[in-house]
Design a protein. Structure first.
Length: 316
């Protein structure tokens, strides 16, 4: 779908109201509208919709994209998510896309660390014992001295690495391409890295190159008792292959994202031994909103001044 863009469209559509009270007045000439993506009958329409040039999409409201056809003069979309690959084909030609790079680094890294510590120190077992009134102490694994391989080493991976090093773990960095000057291995190096890995953390986006990237071959290369953590996208990890390894207890897993998602109530992952699942909440902690607000305010001011917006996502 293509459209003629009118660069006089200087209105902005935000998911939250009142940001000017917290962060200072909006630039002159900018008309600010708000829509949370959920409340019925509050979507901008008519002249208001035609005047919107920048839309900051509501976070975690997938069907908010239904508004796109009603914004004929849209020039830029700001997503508050890092992964925007599914949004790309939905945007009209000529509309720039900007992602939420950096907004979820602390939250996701913190959650990944929590999953790792919970799995290594048997916290689910202790919770079950507390509920059952049992007192059966035993020694557990540790994060200290464990070798942790981060697959998808970007800003979230770097944030996680800082936390892991504070826990005295050893970190191996892996990205799509090797960056020798930064000590980053290529994905192609995984066969030689995985046999020496105690914990592998997937922080991968979803795209044609990453779907199923971590499958039966990669899981089989891990040593007995290794922990598989996924805080990226569910389809980057082969669920069937993971179940084959966890059913017999050879591998363990701690997952914030799954395939399928949402995970059905009776899905085998929910009952597999040594598997801990959280419902895709890693990026949504209390640290997210203040960081997102600062980005939104900065982007609106850049838009009003005709300056380039931050975090442009390539659509080619």
């Amino acid at each position: 779908m293509t459209r003629a863009l009118h660069h006089s469209a200087t209105g902005v559509l935000l998911p939250w109201s009142g940001l000017d009270r917290e962060h200072g007045p909006w630039p002159p000439g900018v008309e600010v509208h708000t829509w949370d993506g959920v409340t019925p009958g509050t979507e901008p329409d008519g002249e208001a919709a035609a005047g919107i040039g920048l839309w900051v999409m509501p976070y975690a409201v997938p069907d908010a994209v239904r508004l796109l056809p009603r914004l004929p003069n849209l020039r830029a979309v700001q997503s508050l998510s890092v992964g925007v690959e599914k949004l790309v084909p939905l945007l009209p030609a000529g509309v720039d896309l900007h992602n939420g790079r950096g907004l979820h680094d602390a939250s996701t890294a913190e959650h990944a660390l929590g999953l790792i510590l919970a799995a290594q120190r048997d916290l689910p077992q202790w919770v079950a014992d507390q509920a059952a009134g049992r007192w059966e102490p035993h020694f557990t694994r540790s994060l200290a001295d464990a070798r942790v391989t981060i697959v998808g080493y970007g800003s979230i991976g770097a944030a996680l690495e800082r936390r892991l090093l504070a826990c005295e773990a050893r970190v191996v960095r892996v990205a799509r391409r090797a960056r020798p000057d930064e000590g980053v291995h290529a994905v192609a190096d995984l066969p030689g890295l995985l046999p020496e890995t105690d914990i592998v953390v997937l922080v991968l986006p979803e795209n044609p190159d990453t779907v199923g990237l971590f499958g039966a071959k990669e899981l089989a290369a891990l040593p007995d008792g290794a922990l598989v953590v996924n805080v990226g996208r569910g389809r980057t990890l082969d669920t069937g292959a993971l179940l084959a390894e966890t059913r017999e207890g050879r591998l363990r897993a701690a997952l914030d994202v799954t395939d399928p998602e949402p995970l059905p109530a009776g899905h085998p992952l929910r009952h597999a031994p040594g598997v801990l699942v959280t419902p895709h909440v890693a990026g949504g902690s209390a640290a997210f909103r203040p960081r997102a607000e600062r980005l939104v305010v900065d982007q609106v001011r850049r838009f009003a001044a005709g300056e380039p917006l931050l975090h442009r996502f390539p659509r080619d």
